[in-house]
Design a protein around this ligand. Structure first.
Ligand code: KIV
Ligand code: ZN
Length: 393
């Protein structure tokens, strides 16, 4: 079956960098942008050029260095923002301006003290202004997740007429349920005149831990671009995680979608971003956490040793991890201990294993993890361990 390609719009260098303490300098941004291109993303949102001269320079440098990947710059629906965005991406082979405005009643009333009609006019004016600079203009309806669908459809229709090429429907506050977000995308597909000419994009935040689920639901209902970040970095609880979305689509091929991402680079990319930003990855993070392919309970270890697929749905090699790991703890069984001893070159009989395992449990109850050095010491004292076990039994 021919798969529909989903565009991956990476915003690690813009929304991801908004994490307190994760600010990147120009050189760091350049290094990451180059690696993102190698990873295979379709769009790099390189920054918010009006925000500081340093960010303007970084976006400019990325645009100069980029190959065929689209380089996108963020702006509010304000002319001087759009001027800065356009100036920063002038050297990009594929430049895109990303402009927009808050569309929920809450944003319209409290942020802008304005009206729906006036906000719609500002959105249209911003798109028309950005079109003077570039062909590819993406519109974001900030807080679309909490925006009335009928009004959202009206504003989307108006910006398409004004020349928008991509409609970004952000769940800015991470509020939507997957079904609700999916219905929102479907509503736009069914009710916006001209929608077939543009790409609908998801942009979900993770305040309720639903960002990946919402993005996938958006794709199932007609979105063709996902906005996401490496390691799910971003404001508050973060953005949609790139690695999760890519692997969800890959592991469920019957959905009929794929991306251009080289999945073998996912783990190295995650580590690079973590190092450059000084932001550790939580060990239990899907796909790229240090425990994502680690097994520590006896039942699971026994299964994985017999056949990896019993407890793993992804081959670690597919995402750039050498192999699954068996962590020896007080919950591990004989099979895991024998497996690790064999890997270390110790072949022991079944009877010896009983004795060594009994000593192993004593050590494991004291320590969180039994490491190779402990096993070496255990084997050096094997005769003594066997004798003590013999006396006890
Ligand atoms: O979350 C959001 O709404 C955004 C927009 C600025 C695209 O990041
Ligand atoms: Zn965002």
């Amino acid at each position: 079956m021919d798969k529909t390609k989903i565009q991956i719009f990476d915003t690690t260098l813009r929304d991801g960098e908004q994490v307190p303490g994760c600010k990147l300098n120009k050189d760091q941004k350049l290094i990451l942008a180059k690696e993102l291109e190698v990873l295979g993303v379709d769009v790099i949102e390189a920054g918010f050029p009006i925000s500081s001269p340093g960010d303007f320079d970084a976006v400019r440098a990325i645009s100069k260095a980029a190959g065929d990947v689209t380089i996108c710059a963020l702006s509010r629906a304000v002319e001087k923002d759009i001027d800065a965005a356009a100036g920063a991406i002038v050297d990009a082979r594929r430049p895109r301006i990303h402009t927009g405005i808050g569309t929920s009643d809450s944003h319209i009333k409290y942020k802008f003290n304005s009206t729906r009609d006036a906000v719609l006019e500002r959105a249209v004016a911003a798109i028309k202004y950005a079109k003077k600079y570039v062909e590819d203009v993406e519109f974001y309806a900030e807080d679309a997740g909490r925006t009335d669908n009928e009004y959202l459809a009206r504003i989307c229709e108006a910006v398409i007429k004004a020349g928008a090429t991509v409609l970004n429907i952000p769940d800015t506050t991470g509020y939507c349920l997957p079904s609700e977000y999916g219905e929102k995308i479907k509503y736009l597909v069914d009710n916006v005149t001209g929608v077939e000419k543009v790409t609908i994009s998801t942009h979900c935040h993770n305040d309720l831990g639903l960002a990946t689920a919402n993005s996938i639901e958006g794709v199932i209902n007609g979105a063709r671009q996902i906005e996401c970040t490496i390691n799910g970095l971003g404001e508050r609880a973060g953005n949609t995680s790139l690695e999760e979305c890519v692997m969800v689509l890959r592991q469920h091929p019957y959905l009929g979608f794929d991306t251009g991402i080289n999945t073998k680079l996912l783990n190295p990319m995650s580590r690079l971003v973590s190092e450059e930003m000084g932001m550790p990855v939580q060990p239990n993070k899907a796909i790229v956490g240090s425990n994502a392919f680690a097994h520590s309970s006896g039942i699971h270890q026994d299964g994985v040793i017999k056949k990896r697929e019993t407890y793993e749905i992804i081959d670690p090699l597919e995402v750039g991890v050498d192999k699954s790991s068996i962590i020896l703890t007080a919950r591990s069984g004989r099979a895991a201990l024998a497996y690790r001893l064999k890997e270390l070159g110790h072949h022991i009989t079944k009877l010896e294993l009983d004795a060594v395992y009994s000593r192993f449990l004593e050590i494991a109850d004291i320590q969180k993890e039994v490491i190779d050095r402990d096993l070496q010491q255990l084997m050096e004292a094997k005769e003594e361990v066997l004798a003590a076990f013999g006396n006890k039994n």
